[in-house]
Design a protein around this ligand. Structure first.
Ligand code: SAH
Length: 451
């Protein structure tokens, strides 16, 4: 491959998309590409898309309009469209909708682009690389979800373990775009994490739409608890997280594993989506409000220091004021450590789009969102005040723009602190001096030598 070719990847959406983009970046770098500082100078431009809400999809179209312009000005630029807009069964109308796009890639599958480059570029680097990859893992051709140019500055990696989703929540487009649920082999994941650890990665987040269904489709059958234990046995990995959980699949065995502590963080992301039984039934979530309440109680009883985060959709079709207030009251009662609030967005193909009119007006959705946001900020601010003066353990992720180090507590709370020495990838103790609803600021406690 001729030297000096550059790539640019634009990504929107979930952690899974983030991971897909980084596998692709790693693969491109191993083919001799380097990251382009500006899109307009890149030889290869990739757009990794999200369609979970209309708003994300609209941002993709804005980006694509810019790229169609760019392609007119620089026809040699290779343009690749990737992710959930493309879908696992590529829509045959895409090439006519986006004639300036050279190649379409489904989510978690970079092979169409690699094929395209093989056919259109000098292939010498490609073929030697293929031989090298043939003996390695199956997923993403054994590539790592961290590109070589980020090694040394990145200490955290997302590792997809369950691809796709076979649930049919009525609001959700993901199963139609990411295909049916399938788990990656346990050995393949463990090898990947081991290689990441060797390259300086210290924190691993295992990903799946319903991550706690990991391994149930494998032969021999296994589970997330077993996978977490395997990953925890890898020496240089300091912290392990997993997301997203579904209330129906969060087993006692998984809870035991989280309770055992060690490297597995006391952090659970478990969306409830609504706090009203009738709305949950129309969403086809498969649990009741009481089931969720009991689950949170069980998790908190077993892991008192746990950080729980949840997702809420406001303005689902037919959601009345009273039904929304049930959600509001449930959040006030449970007070999770984070609530990701989304306004309902009608999505093509979904059951809700076919059966329920999107009848909550936009300004009403916004009002409900703002109410929940204010509730969250209010109780978090008060709760975090109690942390002032206390020590927390922080894994240092990066130096932020204001010059402070940035990291997270085991529960996932964001912490900033000052320190001159290089602490990247280190576990440190920080005394909290200032606390807000969404971040904490403290002082690095220098470890005193043992006497
Ligand atoms: N698999 C996870 C979450 C997947 S999508 C789960 O089962 O909960 C991430 C979040 O986007 C969801 O939790 C939901 O809150 C939100 N979301 C999904 N579809 C949506 C839609 N049509 N409108 C608004 N928010 C949506």
């Amino acid at each position: 491959m001729q030297g000096g070719r550059t790539y640019n990847i634009w990504t929107i959406g979930c952690q899974m998309n983030e991971a897909d983009s980084r596998y692709l970046a790693a693969r491109l770098e191993s083919l001799g590409y380097s990251p382009a500082p500006r899109t307009r100078n890149a030889d290869l431009v990739v757009v990794n898309t999200c369609v979970v809400r209309r708003q994300a999809e609209d941002k993709v179209y804005t980006r694509l309009r810019y790229l169609s312009q760019l392609k007119r000005e620089r026809p040699d630029t290779v343009v690749a469209l990737m992710g959930c807009l493309v879908g696992h069964k590529s829509d045959p109308s895409l090439p006519s909708k986006f004639p300036f796009v050279d190649v379409f890639l489904p989510p978690s599958d970079i092979s169409p682009l690699i094929e395209f480059l093989r056919e259109n570029e000098d292939t010498s680097a490609l073929s030697s690389l293929e031989r090298q990859h043939a003996a390695r893992d199956a997923f993403m051709d054994g590539e790592l979800p961290v590109p070589p140019t980020e090694l040394g500055t990145t200490i955290s990696a997302f590792v997809p373990v369950v691809l796709g989703c076979s649930h049919a929540c009525t609001f959700c487009i993901i199963p139609y775009r990411r295909g049916t649920e399938r788990s990656r082999p346990r050995k393949e994941i463990v090898n990947e994490v081991r290689r990441l650890a060797d390259k300086g990665i210290r924190e691993i987040t295992l990903l799946g739409q319903i991550v706690d269904r990991y391994g149930l489709d494998l032969d021999p059958r296994t589970d997330l608890a077993a996978l977490l234990s395997d990953v925890a046995s890898i020496d240089d990995i300091l912290r392990i997280r997993f997301l997203t959980s579904h209330p129906n699949w969060f087993t006692d065995r998984l809870l035991d594993t989280v309770a055992a502590g060690g490297k597995i963080c006391p952090s659970v992301e478990i969306p409830v989506q609504a706090g009203n039984g009738e709305v949950l039934a129309r969403m086809k979530r498969g649990y009741t409000v009481d089931d969720y309440r009991r689950l949170v109680g069980r998790i908190r009883a077993r892991v008192p220091e746990v950080g729980i985060s949840t997702d809420i959709i406001v303005g689902f079709p037919g959601e009345t004021e009273e039904q929304f207030m049930d959600t509001y009251r449930l959040m006030d009662e449970l007070q999770p450590d984070m609530i990701r609030i989304a306004k309902y967005s009608e999505r093509p193909q979904t059951l809700a789009s076919r059966h329920y009119p999107d009848d909550v007006p936009p300004e009403e959705k916004e009002r409900r969102r703002v109410m929940l946001e204010a509730l969250l900020a209010d109780y978090l601010e008060r709760r975090h005040c109690e942390l002032q003066g206390r020590d927390v353990e922080v894994l240092v992720e990066a130096r932020s723009r204001n010059g402070r180090w940035r990291g997270r507590t085991p529960q996932g709370k964001l912490v900033f602190f000052d320190e001159k020495c290089d602490l990247l990838g280190k576990l440190v103790r920080v005394k909290l001096d200032w606390t807000g609803a969404f971040s904490l600021i403290g002082t690095h406690r220098i470890p005193t030598p043992e006497t």
